[in-house]
Design a protein around this ligand. Sequence first.
Ligand SMILES: [Zn+2]
Length: 326
Amino acid sequence: MPRTKQPSTPKVCKLVRVLGENVLPGEQITLDLQVAKLYTRTQVDIPVVVHRAKHEGPTLLVMAAMHGDEVTGIEIARRMLVALKRRPLDRGTLIAIPVLNVFGFLAMQREMPDGRDLNRCFPGSEHGSLAARLAHALVNEVLPAADVVIDLHAGGAQRMNFPQLRYTAGSQPALELARLFDPPVILSSKKIAGTLRHHLAKTDKPYLLFEGGASKQFDDLTTEEGVRGISRVLMGTKMWDQEPRSPRGAAELSNSSWVRANYSGLLDTIVENGAEVKKGEVLAYVNDPYGKSLNKVRAPFNGQVLCVNTSPVVNQGDAMFHIGKA
Ligand SMILES: [Zn+2]
């Protein structure tokens, strides 16, 4: 009998499909997420950079500037892309969106041109507002490819955040990923409707929100912590063939609240961002411009300072210090 040739088993290759394109092993490409035209008829493209190693591994999405003026995250993503040029991935795929809200970045503002906060518009809709359309495109054309998402943010105007990772309370895979990232602080947070974190909490994809620095400015500590943490994730997931150093160990906090100003006046802050504080410890003085000391601002409980208001002047009710506790 003639010998029949055994069919060879086809090599199964993970499909990495981003914006409708199949990204092949070993490929590095930049794709464009197209959302809308400006009123100048200019098409606005949102570049999505994809680096895929020859060998199989997880897919990590790193995204920044969901809020257009949070530039420190853009710098972290940029530094990671430069690092990948020097040292390509050994396994898996990195998808980087250094500037998600290109519209806000151009205008150096947090919101989309329609005034909406993109991070309250998830999962978005195809025919909704501009922000909803961008959210929808991200959810449907990029997120399905990602196994893990790291989203880079900064504090609002004059709110200087100490570098910290936030994850949805109860998500064990996200907590384990956060411990691998090893930031100074890990804070578990409640779900907020419309956020990407809330949307992804319905899936099994670990999502980490990295907060550090303030909008419209660079913060060296935040940049260093962001690059260090993402590099550790690449090592710990074997995307880079190197063992991460043993972690420093983050402070794991589960609760936080704001200390608000009881008086309007000049703010003289004496506590350092990131400092551990004891209940009753003086954080700042609020003084009037005419030589009168109005108020000592004290820590309401034992905790750690997670954000400092850097404004020279506060009004009654203004948030001054964000304090976290275990
Ligand atoms: Zn943000």
